[in-house]
Design a protein around this ligand. Structure first.
Ligand SMILES: Cc1cc2nc3c(=O)[nH]c(=O)nc-3n(C[C@H](O)[C@H](O)[C@H](O)COP(=O)(O)OP(=O)(O)OC[C@H]3O[C@@H](n4cnc5c(N)ncnc54)[C@H](O)[C@@H]3O)c2cc1C
Length: 385
């Protein structure tokens, strides 16, 4: 029998973790594999709030995928997937058709606008590098205008929304720009590991930095002038960041608007040779954190998918998702933060430093073993434009 070919769609956190976990089987000749992504870079999405405020911030924000794929024993294919054809074991892309024996779907998430009128047209988002860069350019233009009556609204007080609000304040002082965070829930960081002490730190941080937090604010619509709340109140804004939710990437070949459901072993319904994970998939599990959208979870699931794929081919027992986050860190500007690590609450500079250390550790693990010339290229400053 020919060597089975594994196709991994998406070179984000989950897809790369899966590839890395499969690597020894690829080098051992048990499989061939291709990593496919629409862009040639793995992006450090957890830092997009930085790019969405500082249009030039680039250092270590993107890592080229081809050398990472090569080091793992796979090839890299750049293409944008347009449809799945699970029945015929192939996926369709803009550049052609890609057959597979085993498929890993790790295409991540996209912005969820929840049908709020005007949200797609009049807000900026942080879901892709290009989106975040566009936000950064818009804010830079407002900054360059020299105005001192600016107003920025952030929809959503989850990790993404709070991080971007704090970063906007780092760039634009309160005397020049009002920053308001609008959140439907009545609690800040509603779906978080943080405990009351961390929430209090956060609320105090927002007060000190004059970032207005409006809880229980349901957004009814967005226009060029700003955000309309339930009840008709208008919150005027020059720029509106939409950080209110994520849904899986939509693709023909999957039920539109429906979650892509996988069993607790990450296999697709009726297609045990297809594994799906990360923000793209909804795991059918009663585990508390099985579907908590995070990079940490995507990495865990990617590694599990690789193990289960091999176990499936070798008639071994598959392992169910048993995910518990080891912590959560929210960066507040470059130097502050709040969170929980191994059950211990952290705040202030310690939390900020831990968040950065965590990102460096992730990159070091990702790029470890790659040639020095590659690492030098990665850290080289881009030429001044
Ligand atoms: C601003 C921001 C801050 C965040 N902060 C944190 C944090 O502090 N901690 C945390 O744990 N999580 C954080 N998250 C969430 C985290 O980034 C996601 O949960 C994580 O990236 C999901 O990983 P994934 O592998 O499922 O998808 P992704 O990492 O999004 O990767 C998906 C990949 O698929 C590719 N792709 C998509 N569509 C196609 C297509 N049609 N064809 C080909 N390729 C395609 C994309 O180019 C991308 O490379 C943050 C998210 C944002 C936006």
């Amino acid at each position: 029998m020919a060597t089975p070919h594994v196709l991994i769609l998406g070179g984000g956190y989950g897809g790369l973790a899966c590839l890395r976990a499969l690597s020894r089987h690829l080098h051992g000749g048990e499989y061939t594999a291709a990593l496919l992504d629409a862009t040639p870079h793995h992006t450090i999405k957890t830092r997009f709030h930085e790019r969405a405020v500082w249009e030039r911030r680039e250092l270590l924000l993107r890592v080229p995928l081809p050398p990472l794929a090569r080091a793992a024993g796979a090839t890299f294919v750049q293409d944008r997937i347009t449809a799945l054809n699970l029945k015929d074991r192939r996926v369709e892309g803009k550049n052609g058709s890609h057959p597979y024996d085993r498929l890993v779907l790790a295409l991540g998430g996209n912005i969820a606008y929840f049908d709020v009128p005007g949200a797609a047209e009049h807000t900026v988002s942080l879901q892709t590098y290009e989106d975040a860069s566009a936000c950064g350019r818009r804010l830079a233009a407002l900054d360059a205008s020299g105005r001192s009556d600016l107003r920025v609204a952030v929809c959503g007080a989850g990790v993404e929304g709070l991080e971007v609000a704090a970063m906007v304040r780092q760039r634009l002082p309160a005397r020049r720009c009002e920053v308001v965070v609008l959140e439907r829930s009545t609690e800040v960081l509603a779906r978080s590991l943080c405990r009351p002490a961390q929430r209090e730190y956060l609320r105090d941080y927002l007060r000190r930095r004059e970032i207005e937090l409006r809880l229980g604010a349901t957004i009814q619509g967005v226009t060029e002038q700003g955000v309309t709340l339930d009840g008709g109140e208008m919150v005027g804004a020059d720029l509106v960041y939409w950080c209110a939710g994520v849904r899986r990437v939509d693709l023909p070949g999957t039920a539109a608007g429906e979650p892509f459901r996988v069993n607790p072993y990450l296999q697709a319904e009726e297609h045990p040779e297809v594994f799906a994970l990360g923000d793209f998939a909804t795991v059918q599990s009663d585990q508390e954190f099985a579907n908590l959208a995070s990079a940490q979870r995507a990495v865990y699931l990617g590694t599990l998918a690789a193990r289960n794929l091999w176990n499936y081919d070798h008639l071994r027992l598959l392992r169910p998702v048993r995910y518990r986050p080891i912590g959560e860190l929210i960066g507040l500007g470059d130097l502050d933060g709040v969170g929980i690590v191994y059950g211990v609450g952290v705040t202030g500079k310690t939390a900020g430093a831990l968040k950065k250390a965590n990102e460096v550790k992730y990159l070091a693990e990702l790029c470890g073993g790659l040639p020095g010339s590659f690492l030098r290229r990665l850290t080289a400053r881009p030429p001044a434009s």
